[in-house]
Design a protein. Structure first.
Length: 99
């Protein structure tokens, strides 16, 4: 029996969002971006005391989960919340937590 036969689509999406949010650096990035309209990767690397390659991996995880989106503005990348998916994640977590 596969996971798809026991988990609903909402549970699968919620788990994907939860996994992406499962690291303090990613939570920090999400909080920072949610307070601004967008943020550049260079600004994030100046703000966080981690290697650029490590930050890049965290941004990649958030992007793969659909929580953020990136737009290349050479030589930087501008990151913003993926508003539709962000709202969906909020609703899924509220429903799961009974809020």
């Amino acid at each position: 029996m596969g996971i798809k036969s026991v988990a609903s689509e909402n549970q699968i999406r919620l788990a994907r969002y939860a996994k992406a949010m499962g690291h303090p650096v990613r939570m920090y990035v999400l909080e920072l971006i949610s307070r601004q309209s967008c943020c550049y990767s260079g600004d994030l690397s100046e703000e966080l005391p981690i290697a650029k390659s490590t930050l890049s991996q965290h941004l990649k995880e958030l992007k793969a989960a659909g929580l953020i989106q990136g737009e290349i503005e050479a030589p930087k990348i501008k990151y913003c919340l993926h508003k539709e998916n962000w709202k969906e994640a909020q609703q899924l977590f509220k429903g799961f937590l009974g809020l």
